[in-house]
Design a protein around this ligand. Structure first.
Ligand code: NAD
Length: 257
């Protein structure tokens, strides 16, 4: 097992890629803190992990709220005494141009997607230094290649790549590694929301598959396994990396498009 006896905190693990990742971390021996604003979803993730013989704890958390994140840190340490990995995965996506996006939507998207990475990293950092742990941030191919109708989201995902590199150089001397993952389309909540926002959701979904060299969108666990790798000692000389997990999306348009 790659993560035996480690403690991993995964935000946004109440559904989608976060849940699939939590299950992969638990399968590799980690005790997992499932931190999500949706407590029912988190409880279901914990149930699935425990059914598989793993250990997990659901903690209701709003990553955009400093007090909530500080409670997450306190409760994590109370339950497990230490923490080795923080996976900043929680995000929301407003499927609008900036002209259509309200000021409230913009502020919330920035606060959750980018502010959440800042707050969780800031408040867990002292404890990650003690274990020489690591941070995995969730970016997206939209951090490099933008798409229509999600301007704020693309901005946050590009910023996360910069923040990952900045944290990596600031904290490498402390033994804390910081990397991020840039997935293509993955069959989970935010992609589904994007498809539903298009005039023909079924056509949008089919078209998305064709944008990848592998001619399909990814599965959540295909991202979760990369997060496990980055959290494990197998990635001991990796920091500041933006790891692309995109089925060839970024290589160019496959023939037939
Ligand atoms: N699905 C994709 O195609 C895709 C592609 C690239 C990157 N990503 C990234 O993967 C991550 C997970 O996306 P997903 O598709 O699994 O979406 P999802 O909606 O299934 O999961 C997001 C989770 O974040 C939680 N969340 C939202 N706001 C929160 C807050 N303030 N505090 C705590 N939790 C909060 C939600 O409750 C939800 O459980 C996101 O960072 C997303 O940007 C997704």
């Amino acid at each position: 097992m790659k993560l035996k006896d480690r403690v991993a905190v995964i935000t946004g693990a109440g559904s989608g890629i976060g849940r699939a990742s939590a299950k992969e971390f638990a399968r590799e021996g980690a005790r997992v803190v499932v931190a999500d604003i949706n407590l029912a979803g988190s409880a279901e993730t914990v149930r699935q992990i425990e059914t598989g013989g793993g250990r997990a704890l659901a903690l209701e958390t709003d990553v955009a709220d400093p007090a909530s994140v500080q409670r997450l840190v306190t409760q994590t340490l109370k339950a497990f005494s230490e923490v080795h990995t923080l996976f900043n995965n929680a995000a929301v996506q407003v499927n609008k141009t900036i002209e259509e996006t309200t000021v409230e939507e913009w502020n919330r998207e920035i606060a959750v997607n980018l502010g959440g990475v800042f707050l969780c990293s800031k408040f867990f950092m002292p404890h990650l230094k003690k274990t020489k742990g690591s941070i995995v941030n969730m970016s997206s191919v939209n951090g490099f290649f933008v798409e229509p109708m999600c301007a704020g989201y693309c901005a946050t995902k590009a910023a996360i790549i910069g923040l990952t590199k900045a944290m990596a150089i600031d904290h490498g001397k402390d033994g804390v590694r910081v990397n991020c993952i840039c997935p293509g389309y993955i069959d989970a909540g935010l992609a589904e929301g994007y498809f539903q926002a298009q005039p023909d959701p079924a056509a949008a979904r089919a078209a998305a598959g064709r944008l990848h060299a592998l001619w399909r969108i990814g599965r959540p666990e295909e991202v979760g396994r990369v997060a496990v790798f980055l959290a494990s000692d197998d990635a001991s000389f990796m920091t500041g990396s933006a790891v692309v997990v995109d089925g060839g999306f970024g290589s160019g348009l496959p023939p037939g498009n």
